[in-house]
Design a binder for this molecule. Sequence first.
Ligand code: GRG
Length: 310
Amino acid sequence: MTRDTTATDFNTRLSAVADDIEAMLDRLLGTAALPGEITRPARLREAMRYATLGGGKRLRPFLLVETARLFGLEGDGPLRAGAALEMIHCYSLVHDDLPAMDDDALRRGRPTAHIAFDEATAILAGDGLLTYAFDVMADTPTHPDPLVRATLAVGLARASGLGGMAGGQALDLEAERATEPHKTETILQLQAMKTGALLLFGVEAGALMGGATDQQRDALGRYGRALGAAFQVADDILDTESDAATLGKAAGKDAGRNKATLVSSLGLAAAKTRRDALAAEAQAALDALDMGHKTAILAEAARFTVARKS
Ligand code: GRG
């Protein structure tokens, strides 16, 4: 196992990528209309900026940027793709927080978008971010090869739509209304869709943009799937063990809402065992890549995912 990247190196790098993503989002959400746009209404643009800027760990773009960097690709291309992925994530948070869904007042330590603005503006900000993500992903500066850009756009759609995040959210809401105990298999599938798919896409997109071989893409896919699953079980554990001040969002909501979580299905101790086994699986997938110290930052990302406090 390669362990020459420390947690401090990782945090420095995570924060550097977060700054670059923040700057890219700021640039993409500027006032000037793009060719084909007519004008950018101020209040909607402000709500889209509120939802995306000034918060968040930026873990999904980090995975994309660092996986591309593994293959020597840096610069605006991966940052644009990472910003597009973060737009999808932020739209999902805005819509998830709405009264019709989780009805939350706190996100990233601040009032949720529908409280800071109003419900209609929050819905439209989510819609605007969802569509703009595909604009950014498919536009020329993201990658010189049009086939890569088209594959990225299709991959993002599959990860975030009916058979991905949105589908997972629908299953999650259905599970809340279930009268029978949730089956572990059902929870695993729901979580792979709702949360895992976007994290996995970050890794897959970086590998595609960087020109990884099929074998490398397989190993990275295994890594991304394990990391995505570990992220969600860690989230389930944080909901039971942490508090709103640390999380920057409401805590302890899962139990009261009959949420389908691995803590409710397996119990806390077994959920922790599963989380740690998934982190080990992510490490094993990286070891199989056999790229030496180059994958140390991704290994640290998996450790961070399970050890995070928010
Ligand atoms: C509304 C289509 C639609 C989907 C919503 C992502 C999601 C699906 C719901 C969010 C609810 C939630 C808290 C899920 C748990 C996992 C998760 C996505 C946590 C938030 O992600 P982080 O920790 O957040 O990466 P930051 O703020 O750091 O970006």
